[in-house]
Design a protein around this ligand. Structure first.
Ligand SMILES: Nc1nc2c(c(=O)[nH]1)N[C@H]1C(S)=C(S)[C@@H](COP(=O)(O)O)O[C@H]1N2
Ligand SMILES: [Mo]
Length: 377
């Protein structure tokens, strides 16, 4: 028997009705917008254009935004799959023949959907693999992730514009034109999809919400597990950093150039900050840090407390071997050159002998194994 291609009319289930597409589209839209805005914030944290001012408070803002970023991305996966399932019969609609303006419009519309769906699927896939710290591709993650985000936004705007009449027509609930004939009802489908979204969300949000840690089976990092009760993203071994001896020196170069031994740093006034590590990969955990305020070090070397500061690690290379503290972060009294974590000296994997900890800042910028600071302005 010759296989036959179904026509779009052959899919009579009320679950392929535009109203269902629009309800699922709204849910997916919310997830995508949350994911996009929080992602933009994270991107700016790591490479801010000059016109972007990042406040150092609220101290836990980045923890919340990046937690939401990874959460909304994970929840978007079942929403996207459900939405694709409701709309797939449209693939069997044949463009009118011979070619007319209508047919051209239809082809263009399908191309924009192809771009939207493939970019979104790829974005979610790459993002999820990144949270697992599995990154086998030859291209840089952050730049690719960022570029795809703008492609998605562009294709989404085209999609919404094209579908506007349909969206308006079915925005509010209308009685189903086809009587629901047994099988899964619309409400049943919505419940199933919402349940799937909630399930993957609950299975991952524990990486930043400690109370849900025990059920976080999708989360690669669980709060509380690691040296000093805090997870480690990159160990000293991975970074090629070894234990230092008594000959270790810390330097800050500003108007004056000052050098300290570890004991001299310990003898300076110590401050305490309760601040989270909030990794870009979505896990986060609060901790108690003790050490010397950056603004105090700036004052000692004769620099204004609102100075831009470059942080250089003992790590030789690697993406996170250096970072910059914008002036408002260097001036913040919570920002420390931390020497202690949760009541004891830093573990080597947490950056012994000294690391940066600052409020409202991605984990990647909380530089470990600090070698020296340079006052830039
Ligand atoms: N020098 C250096 N600092 C670093 C890193 C690194 O690879 N090298 N990793 C960063 C990342 S990605 C995170 S999330 C935090 C994790 O800190 P923790 O290992 O103390 O939990 O350290 C940051 N500081
Ligand atoms: Mo991180």
């Amino acid at each position: 028997m010759k296989p036959t291609v179904p026509s779009v009319g052959a899919f009579s289930s009320p679950l392929h009705h535009p109203r269902v597409m629009i309800v699922l589209g709204r849910w997916l839209g919310v997830a995508v917008v949350v994911c996009f805005l929080t992602g933009l914030f994270s991107h700016f944290q790591q490479s801010a254009p000059g016109w972007v001012y990042l406040p150092s408070r609220p101290a836990s803002l980045y923890r919340v935004t990046q937690g939401l970023h990874v959460l909304s991305g994970i929840v978007a996966v079942p929403l996207l799959l459900a939405k694709l399932w409701t709309v797939y019969p449209k693939l069997f609609a044949k463009p009118p023949w011979p070619p007319s303006r209508q047919a051209v419009a239809m082809v263009l519309e399908r191309l924009s959907i192809l771009v939207l769906v493939s970019a979104l699927a790829l974005e979610l896939f790459l993002g999820f693999l990144n949270t697992l710290q599995w990154y086998p591709w030859p291209f840089p993650f952050r730049q690719t992730h960022y570029a795809l985000a703008w492609i998605i936004v562009g294709a989404l705007l085209v999609h919404l514009a094209v579908k506007l009449p349909l969206i308006v027509a079915h925005w509010r609930r209308t009685p189903p034109p086809v009587p629901e004939t047994g099988g899964l009802s619309r409400r049943g489908l919505f419940r199933t999809v919402a349940g799937a979204g909630a399930l993957v969300g609950i299975a991952s949000v524990g990486q930043s919400v400690p109370a849900l840690g025990p059920v976080a089976v999708l989360a690669p990092r669980t709060p509380g597990i690691g040296p000093q009760g805090l997870p480690v993203n990159r160990t000293a071994g991975d970074a090629g950093v070894g234990m230092v001896g008594a000959d270790w020196r810390f330097t800050i170069s500003g108007p004056e150039r000052l050098t300290f031994t570890l004991d001299e740093l310990r003898a300076l006034p110590q401050s305490r900050s309760d601040l989270p590590i909030a990794c870009v990969e979505g896990w986060s955990q609060g901790a108690r840090w003790e050490g010397v305020r950056i603004r105090d070090l700036l004052a000692l070397c004769g620099a204004p407390d609102a100075s831009r500061v470059r942080v250089v690690s003992m790590e030789n290379d690697g993406f996170y071997a250096t970072s910059e503290l914008p002036p408002q972060f260097a001036a913040d009294p919570l920002t420390l050159l931390a020497l202690r974590l949760n009541g004891t000296d830093l573990d080597l994997d947490h950056g012994f002998p000294a690391r940066i900890i600052a409020p409202n800042r991605p984990g990647v910028l909380q530089t470990k194994w600090v070698d020296h600071l340079e006052v830039l302005s």
